[in-house]
Structure formats: C-alpha cells, structure tokens
Design a protein around this ligand. Structure first.
Ligand code: ASP
Length: 277
C-alpha cells in the first residue's frame, strides 16, 4: 500500500523550549511562530501593565486593534457556513472513500479515543472543577468545534473560541486571550492521541511487541511531539483524522480555560445559564 502521509518533524524538548524565546520578534510575527509571538506579547503586556498611564496610548492601540480583528473575524464568520460546505466537499472529493477503507481499524481506534477524551474526560473535568453542565457546554461550544473540524487548524479557530467563551460561557477575556492562543499552540490532546495510536498500530502491523515501558515512552513522546506540532492543517488521507483531532484539541483548550477562569473568579455563570436569545 503506497499511501504516503506527510508528517511534521518532531522537535526535541530542548529545541521546543529554546524556540519559544524570539531572536527577532518581527520575524516571528512575519513567519507565524505562535509560541514566540505569545512570549513577546506577554512581555509587552506585563510592561504595559507596569507602565500604566505612561503607556496608555499604546495599550489603547492594542485594545482597539483587537476590536478591529474581532470585527473582521465576525464578518468572515458570516460567510463560514458556505466556506465550510466547500471545504468538506473538496476534501471528500479529493480523498475518495476507497483511500481510507484499508486503514479503517486504525481510524476507528483513533476516533473512539478522541470521542472518549472530548465527551468523557473533558466533561468530567469541567463538571468536577467548575460545576457547569457539560451538555450545555457542548451545545454552546459546538459551533467552534464544527469550525475547527472543517478548517483543521487550531490557530484559525482562536478568535471564534475566545469570542464564544466570552459571550456564551462567561469566561473573562483576561483569561481566554492568554490561554486559548497558548493552548492552540502547545496543548494538542487530539494530536497526541492520534500519534500514540499510530505508533501502536504500526507496531502491530510489523508484529513488534510493546512492553509497558514502551507504552509509557510512547505516551511521553507523543505528548512532546504534539507540543511541537503546528496548529495548521495537515495533508493527504490524514485529513479526516486531522479534522477530528483539531476539534478535540481546541475543546481541551476551552475546557481548561473555563476551569482556570473559574479558579480565578473570572467566570460569570449567569452568562452560561442565560437563555439564548
Ligand atoms: N491540525 C491540528 C491542529 O491544528 C494539528 C495536527 O495536525 O494534529 O490542531
């Protein structure tokens, strides 16, 4: 079977850590190095807060520019349903059903694990740590999951995720504007699940027996590799799983954000339980 899948190169832990310090912030912005941008933005933010009135103009500029970007996102979102329809049609037309029949077992394994993570683990954590109703949460957050599913990129989902958490879940932007971009960059549970299952699948395919220690190594490596994976769409047959794991990736970020907001008294439950108009 000559199906070829392009994968991202795994980065070592040292490189991952060193990579987050920008040598040249302008270059990071131009090349979309998310972690470096976040670190730089964080430093600027801390300094702005420290300078207070002395840097008011710049702080206002950033805040107003943020409003502009949000408005732009909302305008694009108005067109999203049509775009999503086209993206999905194109994906299925290109890949074709026959391409993924031989890999069905692997795909089903990944999909089951992703479903357990998304609808089991996350929702239990949400319930335990915030007391919010998981079903209501999923219902409110579903459009964001659908957006991540169809675009297969965590990064592109950031604005919609922040907006939904603010308006429908009641999470303060103070929390989400930091945790969501950070999560979209390094927290990819769906990606590490897929990588873990892929290793086990490959081992079985080649008849290699994995010991308990091997499994633990796989878990550790997959977690690190997922941190190093970019929040952008992948290519080839993997696309179907990519769509699903991206939806899981961003749901994990959102649940974690809601928990952090709750612990920092930045979660307005009235918003969460308010009837939608
Ligand atoms: N597409 C995924 C994401 O943006 C990353 C991956 O390929 O696993 O979250």
């Amino acid at each position: 079977n000559a199906a070829s899948v392009e994968t991202m190169k795994a980065t070592s832990l040292t490189d991952t850590l060193l990579n987050i310090i920008p040598d040249n912030p302008i270059n990071s912005l131009a090349s979309g190095e998310m972690l470096q941008i976040i670190v730089f933005a964080l430093i600027i933010g801390v300094i702005l807060a420290k300078l207070g009135e002395r840097a008011e103009t710049v702080a206002n500029f950033f805040s107003q520019f943020n409003d502009i970007m949000m408005e732009m996102t909302m305008m694009i979102m108005a067109l999203a349903p049509i775009g999503v329809f086209c993206l999905i049609s194109r994906t299925f037309a290109n890949i074709g059903f026959s391409a993924f029949v031989p890999l069905a077992k692997y795909m089903i394994g990944v999909l089951i694990a992703l479903a357990i993570q998304c609808f089991g683990v996350y929702q239990i954590l949400l319930k335990i740590f915030t007391g919010l109703n998981p079903l209501k949460f999923i219902k409110k957050f579903f459009p964001v999951m659908a957006f991540a599913f169809s675009t297969a990129t965590s990064n592109a989902t950031i604005p919609l995720s922040i907006d939904t958490l603010t308006k429908k879940v009641g999470v303060s932007k103070k929390i989400s504007s930091f945790t969501i971009p950070l999560g979209a960059t390094i927290n990819m549970d769906g990606t590490s699940i897929m990588q873990g299952v892929a290793v086990v699948f490959a081992a079985q395919a080649f008849g290699i027996h994995l010991s308990m220690t091997d499994y633990i190594t796989v878990i550790g490596t997959a977690t690190l590799a997922s941190i190093g994976t970019a929040g952008v769409p992948s290519v080839g047959i993997d696309r179907i799983l990519d769509m699903t794991r991206t939806a899981v990736n961003i749901t994990g970020d959102a649940v974690c954000t809601t928990i952090v907001a709750h612990q920092n008294k930045a979660l307005d439950k009235n918003v969460f339980y308010a009837e939608e108009n």
